[in-house]
Design a protein around this ligand. Structure first.
Ligand code: UD1
Ligand code: CA
Length: 456
């Protein structure tokens, strides 16, 4: 059975008070429409039609990237959800049609599959949600046998209808020819002069078509109309991810204070403390602990490594039993080998820090390769940039670099070398020797400290 999914994303989005189309607002680091497309990847959907406003095509294409399955179709004027679907229909090539809303991003694959299954024996399936507060949603009206008879938009509800807690998710599955037939017959609403797709239910009911509703949770069908809704969607999504992590054995100190904006994979006995953000693909090995206020993007953290608070780690490969932070900034192409330590106010970029080596305080290590068991003193700087080009610093094994050293690259410090504190090293430092560059210390005899002038 072939299926086309149509994503309606051309509305004006007035309630968002934003210049961006609503479906391009960000939830957990990705746009709403990306969340939806992601779900379609692993279900039986053959192609996707996105209905967008005339000016938004480039923005959608840019976010979604090249995808042969997707057709972009412009809705010239936002004349309502039924009009949006009507605009899509000439591009629907499958016998079955799934209508999704660009502002309902939390729908799961499980529910999409259920809707597809229900369509085998029905002409039209509408996904509904049982909610605590139905305001803003269309209400589901059912007959005595529980068959959906109509959907009434809030604006048109009488008092009793307003109390109904079963709402329209806006998501529907059809046989395509049924959708074509119904959409043609929808008339503009009296109050808003818009074509409501919700009217399809009433028409179908009166025609005696096989129409059913399928109910799910409020979380699945949550509609995002405003920034307030967006924050609520973040909350729902955050909780879902935290629960999934905890079910896999991760200790999440506070499920309300962890943000996963991508894919987080964890080993056994991982602990994640509060106010931590994971971006893109992040993997944490067994026994890793992540302290508060840490941000980790697209990185792998090895077993039993401790990340202390306020650390920022991006595109890094961190080995096992390492220690990072507090307040470390690990930038792209950093590799820490087993047992390495990077302490507070240290920045690394394009750097390898060998086994058991320590860079503990106030240091910049860029374009550098450091061997094993080397100690880099506080305040050391690899001067990697000459104003035009970047150059490399190579430091061997068991090196001791004193505090406040500047290493002017390109440069090599050989294994076993010691570099005296305060040196500016611009030439090769040989193995197993002390290299020091420092002007001679002098003491001035008979020097007097200035005294404070008398005020007159
Ligand atoms: C709609 C439903 C309502 C349902 C709710 C679920 C209608 C008339 N109402 O209301 O019953 O409870 O969704 O969240 O269908 N769009 C277009 N072109 C248009 C108008 C809208 O593409 O001309 C798109 C929007 O971008 C949006 C979606 O359709 O992604 C829904 O439109 P919106 O205006 O948000 O409808 P609601 O008032 O939320
Ligand atoms: Ca909406």
């Amino acid at each position: 059975m072939a299926w086309t999914a149509v994503i309606l994303a051309a509305g004006k989005g007035t309630r968002m008070a934003s210049c961006k189309p609503k479906a391009l607002q960000t939830l957990a680091g990705r746009t709403l429409v990306e969340h939806i497309i992601d779900k379609l990847a692993d279900v039986a959907i053959d192609d996707v039609v996105i209905i967008h406003s005339p000016e938004a095509k480039k923005d959608f294409e840019k976010k979604i990237g090249p995808n042969k399955k997707i057709t972009y179709v412009e809705q010239e004027q936002a004349l309502g959800t039924a009009h949006a679907l009507k605009t899509a229909l000439p591009h629907v090539i499958s016998d079955n049609l799934l209508v999704l809303l660009g502002d309902v991003p939390l729908l799961s694959r499980r529910i999409i599959k259920k809707l597809q299954k229900q369509t085998l024996d029905n002409d039209l399936v509408v996904l509904t949600g049982e909610v605590k507060n139905p305001s803003g949603y269309g209400r589901i009206i059912k007959d005595s046998e529980g068959k959906p008879m109509a959907i009434i938009e809030e604006l048109d509800c009488d008092e009793a209808q307003r109390e109904i807690k079963e709402i329209n998710s806006g998501i529907m599955a059809f046989k395509t020819n049924v959708a074509k037939n119904l959409v043609e017959r929808i008339k503009p609403s009296l109050k808003k002069n818009e074509y409501y797709l919700t009217d399809a239910i009433e028409i179908a009911y009166h025609e005696g078509l096989r129409t059913v509703s399928y109910g799910t949770t409020e979380e699945e069908v949550f509609g995002v109309n405003s920034k307030k809704d967006l924050a609520e969607a973040e909350k729902i999504n955050r909780k879902k991810i935290a629960v999934e992590l905890m079910e896999k054995g991760v200790t999440v100190i506070d499920p309300n204070r962890i943000d996963v904006r991508g894919k987080l994979t964890c080993g056994k006995d991982v602990t994640i403390d509060v106010n931590t953000v994971f971006i893109g693909d992040v993997t944490l090995g067994d026994g890793v602990s992540i302290a508060p206020f840490t941000v980790i993007a697209n990185s792998v953290i090895g077993d039993e490594t401790d990340i202390h608070s306020h650390s920022n780690i991006e595109e890094a490969d961190i080995g096992s039993k390492c220690n990072i932070g507090p307040f470390a900034r690990i930038r792209p192409q950093t590799k820490l080998e087993e047992g390495a330590k990077v302490g507070n106010f240290v920045e690394t970029k394009k750097a390898v820090i060998g086994k058991g080596s320590k860079v503990n305080h106030l240091t910049y290590i860029g374009d550098a390769i450091i061997g094993d068991n080397t100690n880099i003193g506080a305040g050391t700087i690899t001067c990697n940039y000459d104003g035009v080009n970047k150059h490399q610093t190579r430091i061997g094994d068991e090196v001791f670099i004193g505090s406040g050293v500047e290493l002017v690259a390109p440069i090599e410090v050989e294994s076993g070398a010691t570099v005296g504190a305060g040196s500016t090293i611009s030439k090769h430092a040989p193995a197993n020797k002390l290299t020091i560059e420092r002007s001679k210390q002098k003491t001035i005899d008979g020097w007097n400290r200035p005294t404070k002038k008398e005020e007159n």
